[in-house]
Design a protein around this ligand. Sequence first.
Ligand code: AR6
Length: 174
Amino acid sequence: MDEKEACKRLTVCMGDITRLEVDAVVNAANNTLLGGGGVDGAIHKAAGPELMDLTRRLGGCPTGEARVTPGFRLPARWIIHTVGPVWRGGGQGEAGLLRRTYRNSFKLALDKGVRTIAFPAISTGVYGYPKEAAARIAVASALEVAEAFERIVFCTYSERDESVYRRVLEEFCG
Ligand code: AR6
């Protein structure tokens, strides 16, 4: 697939990821998989307590890896929980780890036959990853696999973040 076709499958939206009607939403979780604040808290709240009953049994998730659960009360059929790196200045392998969160999430999505998937801006909230650099990794990773998906959504939660993604998409896709 040429880059132009791949680009057409990438979209940016702004709003609550828990409301999206996609096959899978990705959660920016922590190593315990036991919930937290930010998008993780919102996903647990919207999915309902059955989610925690299940994630408790998963035994956590190393940074860069991903785990999949049902979406329970979400419109999405699946939740892919991944753990992004905490930003420590950029010299601690953060970029590689963030790339792995996207690649491993896509891999699990493909295993489940997912065609439409939405990502929050992993690591860019509490974990402090610079937004533009993170968006470049998100978009580059999505372009690598876009052929296998119908739609890859970057779900932002502020106008500022939305414009960061739009700018980065413009950079990659023109
Ligand atoms: N829908 C879409 N995006 C959201 C939503 C939402 N409902 N809520 C927040 N965001 P963060 P991290 C955006 O902090 O940096 C948790 O406590 C938010 O504006 O949720 O990977 C976990 O348990 C930001 O752009 O995730 C971990 O301990 C993005 O989601 C830790 O935070 C990610 O921000 C993970 O930190």
